[in-house]
Design a protein around this ligand. Structure first.
Ligand code: TYD
Ligand code: MG
Length: 454
């Protein structure tokens, strides 16, 4: 074994001196891969006694202007970026294969090029002819984007150094090959080395670099987690097969708010912006039916309405099913427990299915009450009042806790034609929304008020 060889976990990046079945860092099984030392990487020798130079220390006050930004003109993209593309930054865009990453970035490249940036698009996955065909389909052949099909990182960096673009798109990081690393493209050490080279190049040369990253089955960007730590911004492009909606979500952003989303629709001519996502997510909603509840949510800085659907049925299994799409399974278990313990609504012996319509994914605790309402409504086979939105966090005691941005939620609901809302007591209602608002202190009160004495 070569000296300095280590075994690095593909999930969390923990290094081990010998191979073993389970990672000591994150406990995952069979994720360790051999990694030779990077010739350009940090040496494994200790620092020794040699003195370094003393650092120049400053205080926290700054006169520096905020980093210059360029807008693409696609509002959904610019908002997720935190108000446009920041120069000398590194971004990672992750998503399942076929979800539309290349399409999104080619369209973005064309927009930025039209707005005066010099843009180079490097495809490591497709031949130039394929990218050109996509550009034709998207009506972008006249855009001044420079294109190359290449996987050799050294050649790519040399080209970027000579051409001095403002923005370079690397599609994808898993196809890049750094010749100083003895491992196959796509392996942990190659992905890490390529991401490291590209990120430091972006900082050094003042170029914005966007890397595309594939996502593994369990929904993480393939390759070591350290890549996500290296870059300034991590965006996920999500969506369900069979749905037209695509959501670009900022999961990390050093230059803007995380959790901001942009909503797109995949059409025959590429991705189109969705300016009013609430209307889209609710468009398939029919008459009020048992198990269906509209949640007034907030994604990033924007209110988004969406529909929770629940189905409850007697279970033939000794262990009833709990199936969730678009919401956290652990949180569902908690709400079921609170319903049983605090409100006397048991779900024993019942299969429970919960789904967020339209392929949306919700992580806000403010959706607790909407989930609980959908579950009881499905169990009691009784629909909620027509045109009513619901929001609020549920605590383990069954109390309803007020949530942030109540006013924005209500305004969005009113804009979409809703006439009433159910919210926790002590919510800061603000002025403006002319909805009929029922405020409730706890879940038991909600159950009796909405579904009657039990
Ligand atoms: P692509 O951008 O290649 O996905 P990724 O880079 O994430 O793997 O998108 C592939 C899918 O998008 C493919 O199934 C076809 C579809 N598509 C459209 O529906 N309309 C279009 O205009 C384009 C270019 C692609
Ligand atoms: Mg692609």
């Amino acid at each position: 074994m070569a000296k300095g060889t280590r075994f690095v976990c593909a999930k969390c990046g923990t290094a081990h001196s010998k191979w073993q079945g389970q990672c000591e860092g994150c406990g995952a099984w069979d994720t360790l891969a051999e990694e030779k030392p990077l010739s350009s990487g940090p040496s494994s020798k200790s620092l020794g006694n040699r003195r370094g130079k003393a650092l120049h220390l400053t205080d926290l006050a700054t006169q520096e202007a905020p980093p210059p930004r360029t807008l693409s003109g696609v509002a959904e993209l610019d908002r997720v970026l935190g108000g446009g593309l920041v120069e000398a930054s590194a971004l990672l865009v992750g998503g399942d294969p076929g979800i539309g990453k290349s399409t999104l970035l080619l369209q973005a490249a064309a927009r930025f090029a039209r707005n005066g940036l010099k843009v180079i698009y490097v495809s490591g996955e497709e031949a130039s002819a394929q990218v050109q065909m996509r550009a034709q389909r998207l009506g972008l052949t006249q855009s001044p984007v420079h294109l190359a099909a290449e996987t050799n990182l050294r050649d790519i960096l040399t080209t970027l150094e000579e051409e001095k673009p403002d923005l370079a798109i690397i599609d994808s990081i898993q196809t890049m090959w750094a010749d100083n690393v003895e491992a196959a493209p796509g392996s942990v050490s190659q992905v890490r080395a390529a991401a490291h080279e590209l990120t430091s190049f972006a900082k050094r040369k003042g170029i914005a670099i966007v890397m595309v990253g594939h996502v593994t089955k369990d929904g993480q960007i393939a390759g070591p987690r350290v890549v996500e730590h290296m870059v300034d911004t991590v965006l996920y492009f999500e969506g369900e097969r069979g749905h037209q909606f695509r959501i670009l979500r900022a999961v990390k952003n050093r230059f803007g708010p995380a959790d901001e989303i942009g909503v797109f629709e995949m059409t025959g001519k590429g991705l189109a912006e969705v300016k009013n996502p609430s209307a889209l997510f609710l468009s398939e909603r029919g008459q009020p039916s048992p198990g269906s509840v509209v949640f007034a949510g907030i994604e990033g800085t924007r209110p988004v309405l969406c529909e929770f659907q629940a189905l409850v049925a007697p279970s033939p299994h000794s262990q009833p099913r709990r199936t969730v799409v678009g919401w956290d399974g652990g949180r569902l278990a908690m709400i079921l427990a609170v319903l049983e313990a605090r409100c006397g609504v048991p779900f024993t012996g019942l299969d429970v299915y919960l789904n967020v319509a339209g392929g949306m994914r919700i992580s806000e605790p403010a959706a607790d009450l909407a989930v609980a309402a959908a579950l009881i409504s499905a169990r009691e086979d009784a629909a909620l009042p027509k045109d009513c939105v619901v929001f609020g966090e549920i605590s383990l005691s069954g109390a309803l806790r007020p949530v942030g941005q109540t006013e924005n939620r209500l305004k969005e609901a009113q804009k979409l034609g809703f006439t009433s809302a159910i919210a926790p007591a002590q919510s800061k209602l603000g002025a403006g929304a002319a909805l009929e608002i029922k405020q409730m202190a706890d879940l038991a009160e909600f159950v009796t008020q909405v579904f009657g004495e039990r």
